[in-house]
Design a binder for this molecule. Structure first.
Ligand code: 6GU
Length: 262
């Protein structure tokens, strides 16, 4: 896979791509990430990439010409595989694990990081990109979102994550939050792991982890379970076995899910 990132601040994101899983995936030849500063595609002496909005108002708008020239340049490099263009914007569809899995199948991605108030609408019209957001909050630019997307996608490329069991175990608990984990020392300030985790009974460990993942997801992210009847049924059985109230009992939502205010 090749990933192009168009940004005004390549120096802010390049070091991240050299580290950890993403860095090792590049060293292993699984992915090549190329950052391009689209300011290099300006033609005026001030190297301007933005201007005042027509109609007035605060803030600046990214002009179409330098960005489109940079897209054309980047896309002409290397393989002529089709390029999936992504505009990083809070107006986009939310990034999810499902979307990351779809993008991990593509031969080439091109991520566009905006800055300032927004993109001239002709960037959208000209490029017809996917538009992706990483959450409902405002970033000053798309660079943190590009790092998030690249990380989420690259770790799904076969061979990128060490230990073939790791991704398998992740899909075993797909759609659930992680169960509680413990490592050495066995006794830390008087706190010890549950007996089942040190008993060496692998099936019991797996059952305990599954139950804890289901309960934790129900407590913290009931929204993740409501659309998953099979998981809800499994949770129901866990709660019944442990003498806890059924999941259809009104338990109340986490306070942060209140949407009457923002
Ligand atoms: Cl992708 N860009 C910006 N500027 N802000 C965001 C975002 C992206 N996703 C959430 N907030």
């Amino acid at each position: 896979m090749r990933i192009d990132v168009l940004t005004l601040f390549p120096e802010a994101i390049e070091p991240f791509f050299a580290c950890s899983i993403v860095g090792r995936a590049q060293e292993a030849g699984l992915v090549r990430i190329v950052c391009t500063n689209f300011r290099d595609f300006t033609t005026d002496k001030h190297r301007s990439v933005d201007d005042k909005p027509f109609g007035g108002g605060a803030g600046m708008v990214l002009m179409p010409a330098p960005l489109l020239a940079a897209v054309e340049y980047a896309e002409a490099q290397d393989s002529q595989d089709p390029v999936t263009r992504v505009l990083l914007t809070p107006q986009g569809q939310p990034l999810t694990q499902k979307l990351a899995r779809e993008l991990a199948q593509k031969p080439r991605l091109l991520l566009i990081c905006g800055h300032y108030e927004g993109f001239d609408e002709r960037i959208r019209i000209g490029l017809q990109p996917l538009e992706i957001s990483i959450g409902d909050y405002v970033l000053s630019g798309g660079e943190p979102a590009a790092m998030v997307m690249v990380d989420a996608v690259v770790r799904l490329i076969p061979g990128a994550v060490g230990g073939e069991q790791t991704l398998d175990e992740e899909s075993f608990t797909e759609g659930l939050l992680e169960y509680p984990q413990y490592t050495r020392p066995r006794n830390f300030r008087g706190m010890e792991p549950p007996e089942v985790l040190v008993g060496g009974h692998h099936k019991k460990v797996a059952e305990w982890r599954r139950s804890e993942a289901l309960k934790r997801t129900w407590q913290r992210r009931p929204d993740l379970l409501r659309a998953r009847p099979a998981l809800l049924e499994e949770l129901r059985q866990v709660l019944a076995k442990e003498g806890l109230p059924a999941p259809d009992a009104p338990t109340g939502e986490p306070a942060w899910m209140d949407t009457t205010d923002y």
